[in-house]
Design a protein around this ligand. Sequence first.
Ligand code: NAD
Length: 250
Amino acid sequence: MALLEGKTAIITGAASPRGLGKACAMLFAEHGARICILDLDQAAAQSEADTLPGSGHRGIACDVTSKSQCDTVVRNILEDMQTVDILVNNAGITQPLKIMQIEPENYDAVLDVNLRGTLNMSQALIPHMRERGSGSIVNMSSVSAQRGGGIFGGPHYSAAKAGILGLTKAMARELAPDGIRANAICPGFIATDITAGKLTPEMKAQILEGIPMGRAGKASDVAGCALFLASDLAAYVTGSEVDVNGGSLI
Ligand code: NAD
């Protein structure tokens, strides 16, 4: 069953070939959606869009930290594609710093991409979703928001991802009367470029010990959850934070 037939989705930070955003783009496209991949580099975004099944996909350069870029890109997408049903705010960066190592510029960079980027893209698209009386926004948070840190993200990353949870719930409450749903996903330890090559065997063993399912997550595990939240299967689900972590918080 194609869950997103006739729908259009914007997915930010989806040009990383092994990343969560790309996995969402692939699964959404397999379910019939037209995809706009937004990322920093135009060529990378287009080349990942070209790998998706189906037709009509776009790859577009957009730095989500820039409100004016988000507004312009969304305006152009709407002129081009007429409708957008789904927004996945996935772009994110981490910095492995301890609390006293965080300089103002570190704080700004991590908060800007993860949290401000989520607000910028949502603000760019909400007027269109309001006009249509429907829309699904899926925000990528993290287990780091829930347990106060992880291996890669510093405290500022935890703060940004926790901010996303608050923002998601506030958006869900405010936008529900407009027919717009907003939910967050909290991935645990997922094997992607953000985590690749940064682990010693000891670190890996230690992480796996804390995961009842005994394995790292796959990008497709997160994509499956995003597909559910984006689709009408989740028609009565809003303001939720969904854990995709192999049971790490049990
Ligand atoms: P990734 O590094 O593979 O991909 C992130 C993408 O975001 C990259 O393509 C990058 O170019 C893009 N990006 C960075 N800054 C941007 C900006 N200013 N504007 C637009 N795009 C920008 O990371 P990933 O592992 O696929 O993570 C995706 C999301 O999931 C992130 O928000 C991350 O914090 C979150 N997450 C990942 C894990 C994990 O274990 N991999 C766990 C929890 C949460």
